[in-house]
Ligand binder design. Structure first.
Ligand SMILES: Nc1ncnc2c1ncn2[C@@H]1O[C@H](COP(=O)(O)OP(=O)(O)OP(=O)(O)O)[C@@H](O)[C@H]1O
Length: 163
């Protein structure tokens, strides 16, 4: 009897009945633990995030609150400038001159009628009284000091602007 040199019989490789802990890392199937956490879909986590008892505060509310607070402390002569242009028309209707011009303004310029309004102030016609350009018509933009202070104060209250 000779010795037979056939192929050695290899043991049959079978899938283990219980997968190793690393199996889920390489398997395309979802692990049972992941699948049980709310379905594992892309929408599951955001849905849980938005189930907060209160929605996050809107920055618009903060801005509106600051504006309302500021508006409450506005003096009567400041309220003469509307937020939207053209409400009172042109030509000086409702023009409030109850504020201080720069020193020497009255001696240099003769202020005329209002020609238009913006968010911060209004524009008037004026005429140079003396010196270079005497009698030359010029536009004068009037921004009440209190309005500037109000805007600066509002900007400082904003959380995203460093003072
Ligand atoms: N030189 C000018 N000649 C004629 N009209 C003018 C002149 N300058 C301004 N105006 C009128 O006055 C209006 C207001 O001008 P203003 O410069 O105050 O506007 P604005 O820049 O929108 O204002 P704000 O910066 O306060 O928002 C203009 O829409 C325009 O009708």
């Amino acid at each position: 009897m000779g010795i037979c040199y056939g192929k050695p019989e290899l043991p049959e490789v079978r899938e283990p009945t219980t997968p190793s802990p690393a199996h889920s890392l390489f398997s395309s199937k979802k692990s049972p633990s992941v699948a049980s956490e709310g379905g594992g879909s892309a929408t599951a986590t955001p849905r849980r995030f938005f189930k907060l008892p209160f929605p996050p505060p809107s920055p618009a509310k903060h801005i509106r609150a600051v504006l309302a607070r500021r508006h409450g402390s506005v003096k009567p002569n400041e309220a003469a400038i509307p937020e939207d242009e053209g409400e009172e028309g042109r030509g000086g209707a409702g023009l409030d001159k109850n504020f201080g011009f720069l020193k020497g303004f009255a001696s240099k310029y003769e202020i005329g009628e209002e020609v238009g309004r913006g968010h911060f102030g209004y524009t008037c016609t004026a005429k140079i009284k003396k010196g270079d350009g005497k009698d030359q018509p010029v536009p004068v933009k009037v921004i009440p000091k209190a309005k500037v202070k109000q805007i600066l104060s509002f900007l400082q209250d904003l959380p995203f602007i460093a003072s």
